[in-house]
Write a protein that binds this ligand. Structure first.
Ligand code: HAM
Length: 430
């Protein structure tokens, strides 16, 4: 991927974005359908929010968050309003909660594109898609376990096994404040090693803990851990989350240095990483509690938790583990037209209305080319409309697997095909 250099590059997807065409998009459909179905079974309803918001909505996510301070697509609209393309979904969902005050617990899921002006590389794009789920208005640790189980079950059912669940508690504001002081003292005493990053450490010392810089690893290893400063209540909440995960036999690793990229997190945080992707992009999904965010947007106290998972990254992990192949395109019937009238259009419309996947070739192609198009489409049956059969009120139907051919009354052909196709079997079951 490169920045546009000449006019031809302008008619290409912008730097860091991609088109997704079938059959790759068939995998997306499959993945989203599975997520939607799982979310439904867990009692979550779909929420749709605008892809842009007043920029302030995201500034609430945290000024020391790179996603907001460095990577956000922020602009002024024609009316002079300060807007931003959504860099993540949680702030929008919380804004929608505060605005619409649905009854709590409010359990919702979403599928949405997000925009971050990051340096693009494999698994990191300027527009990426997330599926996510949020529960607003519940403090119970059982709900922490529920959302983690939703994410883990979704990835497991896709066939992914080389994943690790990392779990941490970011503490409540009091424990965070106590820890922050000790950590700042510690980092200040190592200012020589931190160099230019000392200023960043002053703003958000926790973020330094997450650094992957090899020359800092010992420093970070020895740093005071937030876990030692948790209040009794937060520590108990965290214990109960762990007990719930153990009860569900969901393996996890405690990761005291897991610092997720948003300032809104409190208490439980987690990340699902894949061992098959480079460390910088190995997070398939992540989330945590954000108990204060609704209040910061003018809403009532609303303890909440959720997660989001990146579709592109999940598909990269699926490629690496050779799972979730593109589902085979299924065509039940291919219509071969030797009439050149509207008969083929009428027949196709009828078949499709009755629930069959039906297709054709266009533009008066030779009969040979039409049969080979039927083969290419992987059709189960070919239905031929020819003058002699049409005059007798019939069509010729060929089973493309066996080569067997029969004549069927034109009036009965849809029912005949339905009885013999996957769609027929499906509608009989329903
Ligand atoms: P996040 O960790 O920033 O969290 O993003 C969630 C997932 O989106 C990541 O784990 C990754 O799979 C994917 N992702 C993020 N950035 C990119 C990118 N540039 N290119 C491709 N994939 C990407 C959030 O967004 C929080 N809103 C999660 C959350 C929900 N926390 C509480 N509720």
């Amino acid at each position: 991927m490169a920045e546009p250099r000449d006019a031809r590059d302008v008619f290409r997807a912008p730097y860091g974005t991609r088109d997704v065409l079938a059959p790759e998009s068939d995998r997306w459909q499959e993945l989203v359908a599975r997520f939607a179905d799982r979310a439904r079974r867990f009692g979550y309803g779909l929420v749709l929010t605008p892809i842009f918001e007043h920029a302030e909505v995201f500034h609430r996510v945290g000024e020391t968050t790179d996603v907001v301070s460095k990577e956000m697509y922020e602009f002024e609209d024609r009316g002079g309003r300060r807007l931003a393309l959504r860099p993540e979904g949680t702030a929008s969902v919380v804004r929608a909660f505060v605005q619409n005050h649905p009854p709590v617990p409010w359990k919702c899921w979403y599928l949405a594109p997000n925009f971050r002006a990051e340096r693009p590389q494999k698994g990191r794009y300027r527009q990426h898609y997330q599926v996510g789920a949020e529960v607003l208005g519940v403090d119970d640790p059982d709900v922490d376990v529920e959302v983690i189980a939703l994410l883990c079950g979704f990835l497991r059912d896709l066939g992914l096994s080389r994943t690790r669940l990392l779990l941490n508690s970011m503490g409540d504001p009091d424990s965070r404040a106590r820890h922050r002081e000790v950590l700042l003292d510690y980092l200040r005493s190592h200012a020589d090693l931190l160099g230019d990053e000392s200023a960043r450490a002053e703003l958000n010392p926790l973020r330094i803990l997450d650094s992957k810089r090899p020359d800092w690893q010992q420093l970070l290893e020895d740093a005071p851990q937030l876990g030692e400063y948790l209040s009794a209540e937060t520590a108990e909440h965290f214990e109960r989350v762990q007990a719930g995960l153990r009860a569900l036999e969901i393996p996890f690793e405690l990761a005291p240095r897991l610092v997720r990229g948003f300032d809104y997190y409190t208490r439980t945080t987690f990340e699902l990483q894949s061992d098959t992707i480079d460390a910088a992009q190995n997070a398939l999904g992540g989330g945590g509690r954000y108990d204060r965010l609704a209040e910061e947007m003018g809403g009532p106290p609303t303890p909440s938790i959720g997660f989001a998972a990146g579709i592109e990254r999940i598909l990269l992990a699926c490629d690496a583990e050779a799972v979730l192949p593109a589902p085979a395109a299924r065509v039940d019937v291919f219509v071969i037209d030797l009439m050149g009238t509207s008969d083929a259009t009428v027949l196709l419309n009828e078949l499709r209305d009755r629930g069959l996947a039906a297709d054709r070739a266009y533009g008066g192609r030779s009969v040979k080319k039409q049969w080979s198009a039927a083969d290419k489409a992987g059709a189960a049956f070919g239905v031929m409309l020819a003058p002699a059969e049409t005059a007798a009120g019939k069509v010729a139907v060929k089973d493309l697997a066996s080569g067997e051919q029969v004549e069927v009354a034109r009036a009965d052909v849809a029912a005949w095909l339905l009885a013999r196709s996957g769609a027929g079997a499906r509608s009989a079951r329903e």
